[in-house]
Design a protein around this ligand. Structure first.
Ligand code: GLU
Length: 492
C-alpha cells in the first residue's frame, strides 16, 4: 500500500516553521516507504481566525522550501475538497451517525454557564471539564429547543473510567485516564466541526496511512481514537513530533524566536540550509561527523527512535552556520547568483525600490543609502535613533504598538491599504499623522528620511515589517512575561 501522509495547516497568521518540520518527516515516510503521496489539507474550521491570505502564504512558503504535494486545494485531487469549510455536508453526515448511535449528544449550555462551571471547578481544585449537564436530555426537548432556534453544539461521549492506551511512533506506549478526557465539542454552534471530528473524518476518507503531527495534539489522541472506534474505522499509525524549543527550552514562540517561514525567506536564508537545519535536529550525528546534509540524505537517515522527546532547540546561530556553509560551499556560482537574484526580486522590491528612490537621488551612487534598508536584515537601531522625535517616548511606543497591530491585521498589505489604516490612527491615538509617521520611518527605514513609508512597507512584506516594529518597540518597553496560550484542546 503506498504511503499517504498529510500536512494539515490552519490558515491563521504567518506559516510557522513547525509546518516545515512536520513536512520533512512526512516526506521521509514517503521516501522510506518507496513512494506515495503528500496531501495538503487546509484546516480552516476556525472561521474567526482563518484567512485566504494566510492560505496563500502557506502555499508560497512551502513551495519556497521545496515542498511538493500531490493533492490539495490548489492542485486538486481525487479526495477533495481539501479545504475543510467546503466539506460541511460530509461532517454533518458523520456527526448525525454519531448522534444516531448514541455516541454524541446535543448540548445547549451557554458560554456563561460553562464559564461559571469551570470557575467553580478551578476553585475546588478540579480540572475544568464538561459536567455532563446536557447528557440526558429527552429527544422531544432537544427537538423543541432546536426548533425555537436555541444555539447548540454536539459533544462526543467519553468513557468515565479506565485507561486509554495507544502506541505513538515517538513516545511509545501512552496511557491517559479517560477521566482526564473532556466530552469534546465536535460540532460548533456555527455548523462547522471542530478539529477533532474533522481530522478523524478527513484522515479516514482521504486514505491517510500515517499521521504525523505536533506533540501538542498528543492529549487529544484518546478522543480521536474513540471517534475511530465509534465509526468502526482503524486509526492509522500515529507519530507526535516533540515541539521545537527556544534556547531557554520553552516552547518555540514568536516572542523569543523567529517562527515565520516568510521571515526566513525575507532575511535571505537558503531553503536548503533551513531544511538541513531542521533535519539535523532529528538525526544524531556522531562527534566530528559532517552535519551538512541534503533533503534526500535526511529522508534516508530519519528514524523515529533517535528523535529526542525533550524537543529540539531552535538555535538561530546554528542556522546561520548552516546557511553560511551552504552558500559558500554547496551552491555553484550560477546557483548562488540565481538565489540572490530571486531574493532581491521578491515582491519586485529591487525594481520598485530603484523607482521609488529616483525622486530622492541626484546620481546613481546615492542609491545604496536609499534602497539599502529594503534589503537589510535587522537595522540594529538604538533608542538614540528615536531621540529627535517630537513625540514623547510613551507616545512613540504607542505609535509603534498601534502600527504593529495594523501590520498584523492587514491582509492586503499594499501601500494604499496600509496608509488607510495608519492614517486612521490619527483618531484612535489622537496624534497628528505627521507625528505618527516619524517614528515609523525610523523603525522601518532606519532613519527619519527614507523612501516613502507605506510603499517601503509593501516591498518589505509583513514578516520583516513586523520584525522591525517589534525591535523598535523593544527599545521603549520592558518585555512582557509571556502569557500561556490556550491549549488546542480548549477549542469549543
Ligand atoms: N490543523 C492542525 C494544526 O495546524 C493540524 C494538526 C494535525 O496535523 O492533525 O495544528
Amino acid at each position: 500500500m503506498p504511503v499517504r501522509v498529510r500536512l494539515a495547516p490552519s490558515p491563521t497568521g504567518d506559516p510557522h516553521i513547525g509546518l516545515a518540520y512536520t513536512g520533512l518527516v512526512n516526506e521521509a515516510l514517503i521516501a522510506q516507504g518507496g513512494g506515495g503521496q503528500l496531501v495538503l489539507r487546509i484546516e480552516d474550521t476556525d472561521q474567526t481566525r482563518s484567512t485566504r491570505a494566510s492560505e496563500e502564504n502557506i502555499y508560497s512558503s512551502l513551495r519556497w522550501l521545496g515542498f511538493q504535494w500531490h493533492e490539495g486545494p490548489d492542485v486538486g485531487g481525487p479526495h477533495g475538497p481539501y479545504r475543510q469549510t467546503e466539506r460541511r455536508e460530509i461532517y454533518h453526515k458523520y456527526a448525525a451517525q454519531l448522534v444516531e448511535k448514541g455516541h454524541a449528544f446535543t448540548c445547549f449550555c451557554t458560554p456563561q454557564r460553562l464559564e461559571t462551571m469551570r470557575t467553580l471547578q478551578r476553585k475546588t481544585g478540579k480540572k475544568p471539564m464538561y459536567d455532563g449537564h446536557c447528557l440526558n436530555l429527552k429527544a422531544e426537548d432537544i427537538a423543541a429547543r432546536k426548533a425555537a432556534g436555541e444555539p447548540h453544539v454536539l459533544r462526543m461521549k467519553i468513557p468515565t473510567s479506565g485507561m486509554c492506551t495507544f502506541t505513538d511512533g515517538i513516545y511509545g506506549e501512552v496511557s491517559i485516564p479517560w477521566a482526564d478526557v473532556d466530552m469534546q465539542v465536535i460540532m460548533k454552534a456555527d455548523g462547522l466541526p471542530t478539529y477533532h471530528l474533522a481530522v478523524v473524518v478527513d484522515d479516514h476518507l482521504m486514505g491517510i496511512t500515517h499521521i504525523v503531527r505536533g506533540e501538542e495534539w498528543l492529549p487529544s489522541t484518546p478522543k480521536h481514537l474513540k471517534l475511530y472506534e465509534y465509526f468502526g474505522w482503524q486509526m492509522p499509525p500515529i507519530m507526535h513530533l516533540p515541539v521545537l524549543r527556544n534556547l531557554d527550552r520553552t516552547k518555540l514562540s514568536k516572542r523569543k524566536n523567529h517562527t515565520s517561514i516568510r521571515w526566513f525567506q525575507g532575511q535571505g536564508y537558503l531553503p536548503q540550509a533551513i531544511i538541513n537545519f531542521l533535519g539535523q535536529s532529528f538525526v544524531r550525528t556522531a562527534e566530528g561527523e559532517e552535519e551538512i546534509m541534503t533533503r534526500e540524505n535526511f529522508h534516508q537517515r530519519f528514524t523515529p527512535d533517535v528523535v529526542s522527546k525533550a524537543g529540539a532547540v531552535f538555535d538561530l546561530g546554528k542556522l546561520e552556520w548552516f546557511n553560511g556553509r551552504w552558500l559558500r560551499e554547496k551552491l555553484s556560482e550560477d546557483d548562488y547568483l540565481a538565489h540572490v537574484q530571486r531574493w532581491a526580486a521578491e515582491r519586485n522590491r529591487l525594481k520598485q525600490g530603484l523607482l521609488l528612490a529616483r525622486s530622492r537621488i541626484t546620481k546613481f551612487s546615492d542609491l545604496p543609502q536609499w534602497v539599502g534598508p529594503l534589503f537589510s536584515g535587522s537595522l540594529a537601531l538604538t533608542a538614540a535613533d528615536f531621540a529627535h522625535l517630537k513625540t514623547t517616548p510613551a507616545q512613540t511606543a504607542s505609535i509603534l504598538q498601534a502600527a504593529l497591530h495594523v501590520v498584523e491585521k492587514q491582509q492586503a498589505f499594499t501601500a494604499a491599504t496600509l496608509w488607510d489604516d495608519l492614517k486612521a490612527l490619527e483618531t484612535t491615538l489622537g496624534i497628528k499623522a505627521r507625528l505618527i509617521t516619524a517614528p515609523l520611518f525610523v523603525a522601518i527605514g532606519g532613519k527619519a528620511q527614507g523612501l516613502p513609508l507605506t510603499e517601503s512597507m509593501e516591498l518589505l512584506g509583513s514578516a520583516l515589517c513586523r520584525d522591525r516594529l517589534k525591535q523598535a518597540l523593544a527599545l521603549f518597553s520592558t518585555p512582557e512575561e509571556p502569557t500561556e496560550t490556550a491549549t488546542p484542546d480548549a477549542e469549543e
